[in-house]
Ligand binder design. Structure first.
Ligand SMILES: [Zn+2]
Length: 843
């Protein structure tokens, strides 16, 4: 049983220690707030599907008003969405969003958990969701979370009774929560978990409802609320100097990659929860009737007697006066049998002791990264800013046998500095998100170690364990080893200290399209993880492809430096696709990973290791025209993809669009959500239409319906009504309904097999109505739904053509889907066939 408590302990340490790697330095009112939380023994678990689903108002309320341990279990890491602040997508976006959730929890005081479910994209029905996720595995993870966290109350963000009316992931999260509520206490369910944890029965389950779920405010006002509890989530916390809803807005503003930056809100605000299981509280206290005092645990009363008195008589001008009482409570707590609460509350109490003493402990590595079997130099800082008697006995490094005795008396406000070194063991694994270590399926990440499941992130590479002696009472404090430095334009910065491979490689383009049989130069960048790296690099490639040379020698002197080598890659003459992957040999070791760093101001820097590889596709593709003008919208990689098949792509600044200057382009493509995102386009639309009238070709990719239509009406030269229609199944059958249209025939002939191998979805926000000038080209629909014909619409206008498409080219082209390239080449070529015929006639 020992191990599980160690593992839970690690989870807590991860949550509290990763504080953006920046140490928390609470003021005395914040210390008092933490003391109030220490004195509340109750837990709430909030369950939803994605980063940003969580209602931060309620999480903050439970954490800061009720003072409960409050955990948000997000079933996924949000890998399937889009990114408004950078280029990270898929698993890298999941890493970024995981960190944004952790940043939100640092603000609202909650903790963060996950399951192994992968956010594979939009899903219309929980039936589809639970088929793509492994339902049993996700349910097992929710049960595991409940058994480990032991929540008194569970709150669902979504309604489990409304399948098919919202995102299938949302309904699934609520359905799984309801099932897990009953299973967690059933020893016959997932019995293997019980070797590591114990069964648990939560007392109540709620649904965090609102008027939105009733269709309108009016409906909600009329609704029977006898089963609902109303909470005022706008309460003010004088100790924090913030209202609950202010904290909530700051927390949700951490979801920057989803564009959630928002104004803060203040003032009284109602929030509703509907009782689903258990008995209805008579007051607005979700924990009513549950013992949340220290007497909840056997032998806890004596601890409570001490700590409630400290809370009552707290010395705000000198919190260190309370250290003797806190130490006494700590000693009593070590004798308690209840391991769950003992572990949790010991960590909180230890943090409180440090904070009351103003005790600053830091283990700073001189470099931000290391490799195995390497010596790490550390600079240790310890300063006690109180009159308490504290001796620093020793410092150990976790995961090593490195121990350094210090025996330094930490005098009031006298900074002690120590230099020490340790060796990274040869068995140490590289840093990086644990859920990406093995390849998963479309719907699930693979995590074999049960103890890691649920954890928001991989534990720190190394912790420094400080043994402190408080007047004869020895306590160990773990601090992550970090890298602290400063930048003139940013000030002081903290970075996680990571273990990386000796060498990593990368090819800049993740997809290389060979539209003819010509050889391409492929450059591989080699990055050294330590000084003096020499070896050989080669390129694995699919059968039929040719790579020259076979091996290239390289030598890099300095850690962090990069060297580029170039291979000549020749495709076969017929269609073919596969992967090329660099592999490096140094002695008898091989290295095959790419290092991707995710670095934003609102999260700690992330070092992600993924297989180093590039998809190569040989496709015979015909095209006409050469110069494409591209107006960027919310951001996509379509321009790079078009360049790969030989187009000259020119980015057009929407503000600079002038009449008569567009005619040089063979086609103009408008990037995704441009009309939602780029205000200037509103005023430039007549110029774009004139360009079409004069023989141009304008291709508009998807915009979202609703918000957009309020901005202006004329997205097309003819009537066109966008909708929220989408086809989410990337394998949904596609029927070509305009078989003779040039979009299907020139210069590439398109067949239904060109819709094989598409990724994530077919398309989104398809128009639902259009004027008769438009010709619909394709028909498609998700299973059980009426097929829609709005995915690709084309209309002649004047001498030119206007095309509107909600097909997900922004996903398919960067993924190297050859059918999507052919269709896009045809869209760019429309009108050129007629020109050819004309020329022939004249000639
Ligand atoms: Zn969601």
């Amino acid at each position: 049983m020992q191990n599980i408590w160690v593992s839970i302990l690690t989870v807590i340490i991860v949550v509290s220690n990763s504080v953006a790697q920046k140490p928390n330095k609470p003021s005395s009112t914040e210390i008092h707030h933490n003391l109030q939380k220490l004195n509340f023994l109750g837990t709430a678990l909030y369950i939803a599907a994605h980063p940003d689903d969580e209602n931060t108002r309620l999480i903050s309320y439970l954490s800061n008003h009720d003072k409960a341990r409050t955990v948000y279990l997000s079933l996924t890491r949000g890998d399937g969405g889009q990114n408004l602040i950078g280029s990270e997508l898929r698993e890298l976006l999941g890493v970024l969003r995981t960190q944004e959730l952790l940043a939100a929890r640092r603000v609202d005081g909650g903790e963060q958990w996950f399951t192994r479910a992968n956010d594979f994209g939009y899903s219309k029905h929980p039936k589809e969701t639970l088929k793509i996720w492994d339902k049993e595995e996700v349910l097992s993870d929710v049960v595991w979370a409940i058994r480990n966290l032991k929540p008194d109350v569970i709150i669902n963000r979504f309604d489990h009774r409304t399948a098919g009316t919202t995102h299938g992931h949302h309904t699934s999260s609520a359905m799984l929560s309801m099932e897990a509520f009953d299973l967690a206490n059933d020893a016959s369910a997932y019995p293997e978990q019980l070797e590591l944890t114990s069964t648990w029965q939560p007392k109540r389950a709620f649904f965090n409802t609102s008027w939105w779920f009733y269709g309108s405010q009016e409906n909600f006002e009329k609704a029977d609320k006898s089963n609902l509890i109303k909470l005022d989530v706008g309460v003010y916390y004088p100790e924090l100097g913030l209202s609950n809803n202010e904290i909530a807005s700051i927390a949700s503003s951490q979801h920057l990659c989803q564009g959630f930056g928002r104004l803060t809100a203040r003032g009284s605000q109602d929030e509703y929860v509907e009782l689903l299981k258990g008995d209805l509280p008579k007051s607005a206290n979700l924990f009513e009737g549950i013992n949340t005092t220290w007497s909840r645990i056997k032998d806890g009363k004596a601890i409570g007697d001490i700590l409630y008195a400290v809370e009552e008589n707290f010395n705000f001008s000198n919190p260190s006066k309370h250290i003797p009482e806190l130490l006494q409570a700590y000693q009593l707590l070590q004798k308690v049998d209840d391991k769950h609460w003992k572990t949790l509350k010991s960590e909180e109490l230890k943090a409180l002791i440090l904070d009351c003493a103003g005790l600053y402990l830091e283990a700073n590595a001189l470099s931000a990264s290391t490799t195995v079997e390497n010596k790490v130099e550390l600079s240790i800082e310890a300063v006690n800013r109180s009159a308490a008697n504290i001796v620093l006995r020793e410092i150990k490094i976790s995961g090593t046998d490195s121990t350094h005795s210090a025996d330094k008396n930490l005098e009031n406000n006298k900074k002690e500095e120590l230099k020490l070194t340790f060796m990274v063991p040869s068995t140490k694994t590289n840093s990086g998100p644990y859920w990406l270590n093995e390849s998963g399926s479309l719907g699930m990440y693979t995590v074999k170690n049960q103890k890691m499941i649920g954890k928001a992130e991989t534990p720190n590479a190394f912790n420094a364990i400080f043994t402190l002696d408080f007047d004869g009472i020895e306590i160990e404090f773990e601090k992550p080893i970090i890298h602290r430095y400063s930048k003139p334009e940013k000030g002081e910065l903290y970075e996680p200290f990571v273990v990386l491979p000796e060498v990593t490689t990368s090819i800049k383009d993740k997809v290389l399209i060979f539209s003819d049989a010509k050889t391409k130069n492929v450059t591989v960048s080699i990055k050294a993880g330590k000084n003096n790296v020499q070896g050989k690099i080669g390129l694995e490639h699919p059968k039929g492809w040719n790579v020259v040379p076979n091996k290239i020698d390289f030598s890099i002197l300095q850690k962090g430096q990069e060297q580029s080598v170039t291979f000549k890659v020749t495709p076969p003459s017929n269609d073919s696709e596969g992967k090329i992957s660099p592999f490096v040999a140094i002695g008898n070791k091989t290295y095959t990973k790419e290092l991707i760093e995710i670095d934003y101001d609102h999260i700690p820097k992330q070092s992600v290791l993924l297989p180093s590889e590039t998809k190569v596709v040989r496709m015979n593709i015909q095209k006409t025209g050469e110069h494409i003008g591209y107006i960027m919208g919310a951001g996509d990689k379509v321009p790079e993809s078009l360049k790969q098949i030989g187009y000259q792509v020119h980015l057009i600044d929407p503000d600079a669009i002038k009449k008569g200057q567009l005619e040089k382009y063979d086609a103009i493509v408008v990037g995704i959500r441009a009309y939602n995102k780029v205000d200037a386009l509103k005023f430039k639309q007549p110029i774009l239409f004139d360009y079409v009238k004069n023989g141009g070709n304008l291709i508009v990719q998807y915009n979202t319906a609703g918000r957009w239509s309020k901005q202006f009406e004329n997205i097309a030269p003819f009537d066109l009504t966008l909708s929220r229609n989408r086809v989410t199944d990337e394998t949904a059958k596609v029927k070509i309904i305009a078989q003779d249209h040039s979009l299907i025939n020139f210069p590439n002939s398109i067949a239904e097999r060109d819709f094989d191998g598409w990724v994530q979805e077919r398309g989104l926000y398809f128009p639902k109505e259009w004027s008769e000038e438009f010709t619909p080209i394709l028909s498609m629909g998700d299973e059980g739904e009426k097929p829609t014909e709005g995915s690709l619409l084309v209309a002649p206008y004047g001498e030119g053509h206007y095309i509107y498409t909600g097909l997900s080219f922004f996903r398919e082209l960067p993924a190297g889907v050859s059918g999507a390239y052919k269709l896009f080449a045809n869209m760019l070529s429309i009108g050129k066939s007629e020109v050819k015929i004309e020329t022939n006639v004249k000639g």
